[in-house]
Each structure stands twice: as C-alpha cells, then as structure tokens.
Ligand binder design. Structure first.
Ligand SMILES: CC(C)(COP(=O)(O)OP(=O)(O)OC[C@H]1O[C@@H](n2cnc3c(N)ncnc32)[C@H](O)[C@@H]1OP(=O)(O)O)[C@@H](O)C(=O)NCCC(=O)NCCS
Length: 377
C-alpha cells in the first residue's frame, strides 16, 4: 500500500561544529600526564604489586586502530587538564536555553535555511541522541519553542543509531499525515560521557550536532532534495557497548566515578559482530527495494572506525571503500555517535546528480542498525 503515501524528502541538513579541536598529539600528551600523575600518587601500591601502573597511550595506535586524527569539543581545557580529564560546563538557570538545545538550534537554523523554511513551518521536532542532558522536560520541546515551531516534540535515544531511527519516525509521520515538516536534531555532547581516563577508548568521541528537515515532496522548495525510498531498522541486544549511568544510580549508592557510569565497550567484539550485521542489513534493505549495492553511488556510513567501513563496503560491492563510495569524516570529527553518518551525508552529497541513489546507515550500541535509502531529485 506504500504507493498511496505521499513522497517524502530530506530537504535540508545543518551542522553545528564546536569551536575547539583536540589533536591526537594533544590528547595523548594529556592522557600520559594523567597516567604519570596517577602512577606517582600510587607508587607505593604499584611497588608492592597491589596495583598495576597505567600505560601510556600513543598517537600511532589511535590512527592505525581507528583512523581518527582529531576531534571537536565544546570545552577543551577541562578535557586536557590531567587533574580533571572531563569537560567543564557552567550550570545554567532554568530560564536560559540549555546547552544541548543551543547547539541543536544552531544546527536546525542551518538546515531550515537550506530547505528554505523557517521554524514556523516545522510541526514536529525529534531530538534524538545517544545521551540527553536531562530527564525532562524533553529537549525537543525546548528546541521547538526556541525555533517558534508548532505541533509536538519528543526525545528519543537509540545510541549511535539515534539519527537514522529518528529519520524513520519523521518519514512515517509525514507519510501518514501526523506532521507536514519534521525537524530531526542529533546533539551529541559525547565529551561528557566519554571516559577520557581510559586508554582503550579516550580517543574515540567528539562533540557535534546535526539537523535534518523531512517534509512532503509537494511542499519542498529547497534546491537540494533527497527522496526517501525506504527506511529499515533492526536491533539485537548486546552489552558490548554500554553505559550504566541512570536515574537509579543514587539509590544504588554508587560512586559517580564508577567506571561503568560512562561509556565502555569491547571494541574488538563490536567490530567483529557489527561488520557482518551492517553489510547484511544494507543488502537486505536494498533487495526489498529491488536495488543492488553496486547501483548505489554512495554509502554514508556510521563513523566509528575506518577499518569497519572498509570491511562493510568490501562485503557490499567487493572493492575498496574510497571516498567516492564511502566518504570518511571520522579522521576530522572522530566518532560523533548518531551524528556520524549524517555529517558524511551533509559534507559529501553535492557532487551527486539527479537520479543518483545512496544509503545512510548507522550502527552502534544496542546493537542497533538503521538504513535510509535516498535518491537525489
Ligand atoms: C576501539 C578500537 C579502535 C580498538 O582497536 P583494536 O585494534 O580492537 O584494539 P584492542 O582494544 O584490541 O587493543 C590492541 C592493543 O592495543 C593496546 N591499546 C589500546 N588502547 C591503546 C592506546 N590508546 N594506545 C596504545 N595502545 C593501546 C591494547 O592494550 C592492546 O594491547 P595488547 O595487544 O598488548 O593487549 C576498535 O576495536 C574499534 O573501533 N572497534 C569498533 C568499536 C565501535 O564501533 N564502537 C561503537 C562505538 S559507538
């Protein structure tokens, strides 16, 4: 019955990029200074064999294992302070726009401008992100008000797949008529949930916010429109990427510094599990639409690991994942959770022509995989 639904397009994208860059060299210097401080503080326990010394991190390892060269962050000083190792944000009064809403509004305004729309044209706001700044009121409702949008807003979280899962909700809302123009925002303040003191993962994340405008094709006036041919989502439970932070921590008498209250993962297991899942998911989704992977002009993939994307592309089209097929943005942005595939779409679509098709695909914690097949109009 799909044929009776109106065509839906992505008519604008926007990107908030934080002001500060942390290079791998700066990051490693801060981590190594932290490790030296810790080892000096615990020298007696280390000498007595009661504690293992912390080992230095290395730029070479980070670049070889992940492809990440730098990341953007909202606060640099706190992250690089070896006596702190996490960002410092000023608490804001309830009357002031919250930080997460602020970066979402910035990205949203850019996406709206590209789509030739204003906030008043929007009648649904989905704020979808791996971490929310607070429990309630929903971030989306604050963003809705700041933009002068109507309709409704709600928050959702599917970790690194938050953006693609939100895109499906947006597309369905427009198709079925519950909204005419949906704003999807993905504010990812990953610096606040990354454990910068853990050598295994301190290099992984960066801050950013992406925004997308989803509307009926017959209301779209922007110059750059991408018809959504289909969306497909899948989840399969795994604890290999996990964060146990939550509202019950206080009741559990937890130390807020407990290691499992920030991001942790079994990176190698994730790599092995997710590559075949993602490739099969994309292939299955395309087959349902009567399409072949080799017909795709571009794959805008999740940005966690350069090697992972190369394996996915090799499984799909049998060749190397050059920037023409699967552009990488993680060298510049690092892993930005749900925003990664959207940043790739934002930066790397201008060269495609009318009729060209491609796949936006995320993969991450849950596990969760979401694919969105789009065609340039
Ligand atoms: C995280 C990731 C980059 C790690 O790369 P990896 O090749 O799997 O590395 P491993 O964790 O197996 O560690 C390999 C070695 O490097 C060492 N190492 C780890 N971090 C290091 C660092 N920062 N500097 C130097 N050495 C390091 C390890 O101790 C290990 O040493 P050993 O072989 O002596 O035991 C990689 O597994 C990955 O990206 N996985 C996918 C994760 C993902 O997609 N997650 C989604 C998040 S949203």
């Amino acid at each position: 019955m799909q044929a009776s639904f109106p065509a839906v397009v992505i008519s604008g994208t926007g990107l908030y990029r934080p002001p500060h860059v942390i290079t791998n060299a700066e990051l490693v210097a801060a981590f190594n200074a932290y490790a030296d401080l810790q080892n000096a503080e615990h020298a007696a326990a280390i000498a007595a064999g009661e504690r293992q010394p912390l080992t230095h991190s290395s730029v070479e390892f980070i670049e070889k294992a992940s492809g990440i060269k730098q990341r953007y962050v909202i606060d640099k000083a706190g992250v690089l302070d070896p006596a702190r190792m996490y960002p410092r944000f000023e608490p804001r009064p309830d009357e002031q726009l919250s930080l997460m809403a602020e970066i979402a509004v910035d990205a949203a305004r850019k996406a709206l401008a590209q789509a030739g729309k204003t906030g008043a044209d929007v009648d649904a706001v989905l704020c979808s992100s791996a971490n929310m700044q607070r429990a309630y009121p929903a971030m989306a409702v604050e963003i809705q008000q700041a933009l002068g949008a109507g309709g409704y807003g709600f928050d959702m979280n599917v970790a690194c797949s938050s953006a693609t899962f939100a895109l499906e909700q947006a597309v369905n809302a427009v198709r079925t008529g519950s909204a005419r123009c949906v704003l999807v925002v993905n504010p990812e303040i990953t610096s606040a949930h990354l454990e910068w003191r853990d050598r295994d993962c301190h290099f992984i994340f960066g801050d950013v916010c992406t925004a997308l405008i989803v509307e009926r094709a017959d209301t779209a006036t922007g110059a750059d429109q991408w018809e959504v041919l289909g969306t497909q989502l899948v989840t399969q439970f795994s604890s290999n990427i996990r964060n146990n932070f939550g509202f019950m921590n206080r009741a559990e008498d937890r130390d807020p510094n407990d290691r499992d209250l920030t991001f942790y993962q079994e990176g190698r297991k994730v790599f092995k599990d997710v590559v075949p899942m993602a490739a099969a998911h994309i292939e299955g989704h395309l087959a349902k639409l009567g399409l072949e992977p080799t017909q795709m002009r571009r794959f805008w993939l999740h940005q966690a690991n350069q090697g992972m994307n190369q394996f996915v592309i090799r499984k799909l089209v049998g060749g190397e994942a050059g920037s023409e097929i699967a552009p990488l943005i993680l060298d510049e942005y690092a892993n930005t959770a749900s925003a990664g595939s959207i940043i790739a779409f934002h930066h790397h679509r201008a060269d495609l022509a009318a009729g060209d098709t491609g796949v936006i695909c995320s993969f991450g914690a849950g596990y969760s995989i979401g694919s969105v097949v789009v065609k340039k109009r």
